[in-house]
Design a binder for this molecule. Structure first.
Ligand code: SF4
Length: 401
């Protein structure tokens, strides 16, 4: 039986190459190395865990001063040397303040709403069996409400607030629901609640039995996709900045190589990119110039037409070429911008001719005029929609010697 966890699936779905380094090659990131953004999330989670453990054992809701002390102790307990600052502008003190602010707002909201439910588990690990796979889940918090209602809580410290429909598609909390259903078979109803702590907002949804079954199938499909993957392609996103495998990853390794060189302008990969960049620039420039020349050509064709009309010429002679100007009057029918178009369309439909003209394709409509089997009245009426349009064709031909 293969073992998976939500974080393992999420890692694959966010970047298959990162997954390969972590779970196939088993390269463990340096221990204790935590980015400041993630550090806020870890410390806030650990503080909330302590608050609710305390609440479970004493039924006492801590004051914010007590919460602040807990948070600062947790923050200090992280080895500061192992905090990785991704951008030089990042100040750990700012992140610490942010963590405290998140907890302050959360505490105030909970105090205002009053604790209605009984907390029965925090950071509780569960296992769920899905066919031939076993999945481990650690649930942030489970509350119990009267009438066998269970509420699964999950804390998020992400800096974006998702749309509800994205949460409807998420499989993390539904998987937790499967775990709770397995563990508490008497439960009547399960609510799934996400707390977006940076926004001090929560979203709760419930899932039908059918939806849970669909999610089980999609998780199994997800695992099968992972097991069949042989390429583990990198998925570059802004999150690469936080990835511990950046220096070995195929998407970033060349950049690191260049950064390690004193002089890289002759390096082969760098030169290839420069060559392609230059070609792309030239193509863009030529396209732009070609477009300008096309416009200029149209203007000169108009000048040629006007000159030929004024002087009654149908051909103009140059050094090596002759320009012929052919003027022809043609029967035309209203085009899509013409108000008469819909009347013509109705007329053709009423007379069962619509199918024959392929959505008013011009030559086919004209073809109807040559159909002697059609009633004369219809032909006359159709002719009434037509008008005469002058068509001018210019051809530049090599001069005959
Ligand atoms: S650096 Fe980015 S692309 Fe490379 S493994 Fe990490 S997440 Fe994937």
């Amino acid at each position: 039986m293969s073992y998976y966890s939500i974080s393992r699936l999420q890692m694959y779905n966010s970047c298959p190459q990162k997954y390969k380094y972590r779970y196939i090659d088993k390269i463990i990131p340096p221990k204790g190395e935590v980015h400041l953004n993630a550090l806020v999330g870890i410390c806030v989670h650990k503080t909330l865990e302590t608050i609710y453990r305390e609440y479970m054992s004493t039924n006492k809701w801590l004051t914010f001063e007590e919460i602040e002390t807990i948070f600062l102790e947790i923050w200090q307990s992280q080895n500061e040397e192992n905090i990785v600052i991704v951008h030089i502008s990042q100040d750990p003190e700012e992140f610490k303040k942010e963590g405290l602010q998140i907890l302050k707002e959360y505490h105030e909201k909970e105090k205002e709403e009053g604790k209605k439910d009984q907390t029965i588990a925090v950071e509780r690990p569960f296992f769920v069996t899905l066919g031939e796979y076993r999945l481990k889940a650690i649930i942030d918090r489970i509350d119990y409400r009267k009438k066998d209602i269970f509420i699964i809580h999950d804390y998020k410290t992400t800096s974006h607030f998702p749309e509800r429909k994205n949460l409807e598609e998420d499989f993390q909390l539904p998987l937790y629901q499967m775990a709770v259903e397995e563990t508490y078979p008497d439960c009547k109803e399960i609510h799934l609640t996400w707390h977006f702590l940076r926004f001090n907002k929560s979203i709760t949804i419930t899932k039908s039995e059918r939806a849970i079954e669909d999610i089980k199938t999609s998780i199994e499909d997800n695992i099968r996709t992972i097991e069949l993957d042989r390429d583990y392609l990198p998925q570059q996103t802004p999150l690469c900045d936080y990835c511990p495998y950046q220096d070995i990853c195929s998407a970033h390794r060349h950049r690191f190589l260049l950064e390690s060189m004193e002089e890289y302008s002759q390096e082969e990969g760098f030169q290839i990119v420069q060559k392609l960049e230059n070609l792309a620039y030239q193509i863009k420039k030529h396209n732009y110039e070609a477009k300008k020349l096309e416009d200029e050509k149209k203007e000169w064709e108009q000048v040629a037409q006007d000159f030929a009309l004024k002087n009654d010429f149908s051909a103009l002679t140059g050094e090596n070429h002759v320009l012929t100007i052919e003027r022809k009057n043609e029967i035309s029918f209203p085009d899509s911008k013409d108000m008469a178009r819909s009347a013509l369309e109705s007329f053709l439909k009423e007379n069962n001719l619509w199918e024959r003209v392929s959505n008013l394709y011009g030559p086919k409509v004209k073809g109807l005029l040559a159909d002697s089997s059609l009633d004369k009245k219809i032909l006359d009426e159709l002719m009434g929609f037509s008008y005469i349009k002058e068509k001018v064709t210019l051809r530049l031909k090599q001069k005959k010697i």
